[in-house]
Ligand binder design. Structure first.
Ligand SMILES: [Cu+2]
Length: 126
């Protein structure tokens, strides 16, 4: 901290000192909170990973070109809080139903809007 204190900072420091007794009691709680945060930190980092890392994995079971629907047997979809299952998705882009076929392993992201699930991004799994 800079030791050349200007008057307004001096007043602020006095106020901080007066509140010190109260802060001392709070500090114990804050340390507890900090320890909890440290334990939870690894989970938080995963939750904030880039979108590409959020892609779910799945296998194409069926492609309905006419209806623009794709049936996927998918793994967990974190963004939708969805466990692994087999379900039908609407193709977010009509080209999707042309680019995949039953048996393809894919990586994808999906949205849930207006009561329907839509594949937003779809790419071959590597
Ligand atoms: Cu599902």
């Amino acid at each position: 901290m800079n030791e050349s204190v200007i008057p307004s900072q001096r007043g602020r420091r006095a106020a901080v000192a007066a509140a010190g007794a109260c802060l001392f009691a709070m500090r114990y709680l804050m340390v507890q909170a900090a320890l909890s945060a440290a334990i939870l930190a690894p989970l938080s980092v995963q939750a904030q990973a880039p979108a590409a890392a959020e892609m779910a994995t799945g296998e194409v079971l069926k492609v309905d070109k006419a209806m623009k629907k794709i049936t996927l047997k998918h793994g967990p979809i974190k963004s939708l809080d969805m466990p692994p299952m087999t379900m039908v998705f609407h193709a977010g882009d009509p080209a999707m139903v042309e680019n995949v076929k039953a048996g393809d392993k894919v990586r994808f992201s999906a949205s849930h809007e207006g009561g329907k699930y839509t594949v937003i991004e779809l790419q071959p799994a590597k």
